[in-house]
Ligand binder design. Structure first.
Ligand SMILES: Cc1ncc(COP(=O)(O)O)c(C=O)c1O
Length: 418
């Protein structure tokens, strides 16, 4: 009997049937019985540089031996936190900016949401408290991320709003945002969205969507937060997803790819407008921060991870693998049960048709289990599709084998008569 409570799981169904991963190398992982799998999801979207990078382990170990952690409250700092903050701002689209670290994406989102509220408070507009998010969006599981959930199941059971003053718009329609702002504009602090919706199903934006949202937010004086927890650090073939769509947000949240998951780390990059409001002489402090914001060993792992991404030119590699992935995924449209196939950068989603989902309850999870039987590890997305987000170092042959395994798993599930 396990005593480990798994996230998002109905434990009665998991108990004694855990999938225990023991080892990883590159794009491959092994379970504790020694069975090998291709890691088609890079864990939970995080393992950009692949598993088993000794260099990151060594950097973290060396930092732990020297100084594992020192906090970043008040005037305190540590060297890896300073170095990584500099590096992230340099990579970001901002000419000037500042990083406040957190331990993951959910803390980054809560930090960004509190920060925009404080920003308007000190800017003399305390009525601006509402935050708008998108249908299908995912912003983590802390209080703000839960309140902003665009996946209804994630908000279920907490009343109608775990944090009041959160509003939702359609995922694909800037006019919907404009209409909402016509009604509520004077009290809206920020709009938050993922450049490409990830956990909600890998949904790229319609053509021109982000340019239009940027225009609306500028005209209505609403701050724009790009939640780059998945898209940041190369996943879309640019350092940040917003660069692919040609916009500059006011704040960026990041996590996952900053360390490739070797140690937990996330944070917020505040662009010049928000930074300056808190940096000006006489400006009040932002009374926020976590014990492990800027944890030295985690930041050292982040530096070593970004060294690899730069030295091996992995952002360009994502760009060159994108057409390969497109060529492999497109034929999956012809498979039984499949409704839609979506892709951008090194992200893909296979969505089942509405009829198949209606006929076969639990289809996405059952397909993920069948795919695992074919040697490929991934998971169901929002109960409607399958996630594909491999490491950037995945070879073309490994990508082809991943997609073959996914197709074989879907065929096996389709063959079961309902
Ligand atoms: C866009 C986005 N924001 C926030 C989060 C939450 O990150 P974490 O699970 O590290 O708290 C995630 C996690 O998948 C995410 O995809």
């Amino acid at each position: 009997m396990t005593r480990l409570w798994h996230g998002f799981a109905a434990m009665g169904a998991v108990d004694d049937a855990e999938f225990v991963v023991a080892r990883g190398d590159g794009a491959r992982i092994w379970d504790r019985a020694g069975r090998e799998y291709l890691d088609a999801s890079a864990g939970l979207w995080f393992c950009s540089v692949g598993h088993g990078r000794q260099e990151i382990a060594d950097a973290a170990a060396a930092q732990m031996a020297r100084l594992a952690a020192h906090h970043c409250f008040l005037d305190h700092a540590n060297e890896p936190a300073l170095a990584l903050a500099d590096r992230i701002v340099d990579l970001s689209p901002f000419d000037d900016g500042a990083v406040m670290f957190a331990s993951g994406g959910s803390e980054a989102v809560d930090t960004a949401c509190k920060l925009v509220r404080r920003y308007w408070n000190i800017a003399g507009q305390p009525q601006k408290t509402a935050i708008i998010s998108r249908q299908h969006g995912y912003h983590g599981m802390n209080a703000y991320g839960t309140a902003l959930a665009g996946i209804p199941g994630n908000l279920e059971g907490y009343g109608n709003a775990i944090i009041p003053d959160t509003l939702r718009v359609r995922w694909d329609d800037p006019d919907d945002l404009e209409e909402l702002l016509d009604r509520h504009g004077e009290r809206v602090a920020a709009f938050i969205g993922e450049p490409v919706i990830g956990a909600g199903g890998v949904i790229p934006p319609p053509e021109g969507y982000w340019a239009e949202v940027r225009r609306i937010c500028t005209e209505r004086d609403v701050l724009l937060i790009q939640d780059e927890v998945i898209c940041g650090f190369g996943r879309l073939g640019e350092w940040f997803g917003c660069q692919r769509y040609g916009i500059e947000p006011d704040l960026i949240t990041f996590a996952k790819g900053v360390t490739s998951g070797y140690l937990p780390l996330g944070g917020v990059i505040a662009g010049p407008r928000v930074k300056q409001a808190f940096w000006a002489a006489g400006a009040p402090p932002f009374r926020h921060g976590f014990t492990y914001s800027g944890h030295a060993a985690c930041c050292a792992a982040g530096m070593a991870n970004l060294d690899i991404v730069e030295r091996e030119d992995l952002v360009a590699r994502v760009r060159s693998l994108e057409p390969v992935l497109v060529g492999l995924l497109e034929p999956l449209r012809e498979l039984p049960l499949v409704g839609e196939v979506r892709h951008v950068g090194l992200l893909g989603g296979v969505e089942f048709s509405a009829e198949a989902l209606a006929e076969r309850p639990g289809l996405a999870d059952r397909a993920a289990a069948a795919i695992r039987q074919h040697g490929v590890c991934t998971r169901g997305l929002r109960g409607v599709g399958i996630q594909i987000s491999p490491a950037y170092i995945t070879t073309e042959d490994e990508l082809a084998a991943m997609v073959d395994g996914i197709a074989a798993g879907i065929r096996a599930v389709a063959a079961v008569v309902v």
